[in-house]
Design a protein around this ligand. Structure first.
Ligand SMILES: O=P(O)(O)O[C@H]1O[C@H](CO)[C@@H](O)[C@H]1O
Ligand SMILES: O=c1cc[nH]c(=O)[nH]1
Length: 243
């Protein structure tokens, strides 16, 4: 039987999966793969399976927010996925983080809605140590600049007291904001999956979020270069992981 939202089944899904938010990003990963097959494209969930240098790989877009990420993780796990790497975008909270720079996320503040429906908020949203360490080593090998640290995953994109919330987490040395990493890490630990997250900075700390996201949609060169690096990093790290 096909999964209810992803419309995929076990034999179509590889153990290694990349998780961008945007369905368009799936196509940009596809251009790095051979033997690509589109498994399904239903709602925000576009899934392809292909091959990277001999390694079977699935890519599924998770849409926006923890709720949607939760559906993707549960259905991919039902189909046998084991190692999940989010290749996402984020807004920087710290001034030293420039557009197109990468963050390898070690842990996430659980301000998402999804994870609290599964487990008490005291439960940590942490990445898989070994998979994240593999990303770190590979980023060093590739000569990519990156930061390692905490992100904050929020629920609503638009809230009335956004600046106040941002200032609070900035002072706590949180590096950036996204909307899915906390849900991914929490659920992966509950389901005994390995998960990691790479975030490309698309909004800097002094910029209006909507303006930064518009530049991404318009394929600003610096931001797209960051996206290419996060895709390459995830692919090469999974390959090293397999060997
Ligand atoms: O570009 P993606 O991976 O979707 O990530 C970020 O972009 C969206 C908000 O614009 C949220 O999903 C956020 O987490
Ligand atoms: O604040 C922000 C900026 C970019 N992307 C997010 O998810 N949040």
């Amino acid at each position: 039987m096909k999964e209810a939202h992803l419309l995929c089944q076990a034999e179509e899904i590889a153990e290694n999966v990349l998780l961008p938010g945007d369905p368009e990003r799936v196509l940009r990963v596809a251009s790095e793969l051979s033997q690509v097959k589109e498994i399904a494209f239903n709602r925000e969930f576009r899934t392809i399976t292909g091959n990277y240098k001999g390694m079977p790989l699935t890519v599924t877009s998770t849409g926006i927010g923890g709720c949607s990420m939760g559906i993707a993780v549960e259905e991919l796990a039902n189909c046998g996925a084991k190692n999940l790497i989010r290749i996402g975008s984020c807004g920087a909270l710290q001034p030293e983080l420039k557009l197109g720079e990468l963050i390898i996320v070690t842990a996430a503040v659980r301000e998402d809605g999804l994870s609290k429906t599964y487990v008490k908020t005291e439960y940590p949203a942490v990445s898989d140590f070994e998979l994240s360490n593999c990303l770190k080593t590979k980023a060093e090998d590739l000569g990519f600049d990156f930061s390692l640290g905490i992100c904050r995953s929020h629920e609503s994109f638009y809230i009335d007291h956004n600046q106040e919330v941002i200032d609070y987490w900035k002072q706590k040395n949180v590096l950036a904001s996204d909307m899915e990493t906390a849900a991914l890490f929490t659920l992966a630990n509950l389901r005994k999956l390995r998960a990691a997250s790479i975030l490309n900075v698309v909004v800097n700390d002094s910029q209006d979020s909507s303006a930064g996201i518009n530049s991404y949609v318009e394929e600003d060169e610096v931001i797209m270069a960051g996206e290419s690096r996060e895709i390459k990093l995830a692919l090469e790290a999974l390959l090293a992981w397999q060997q």
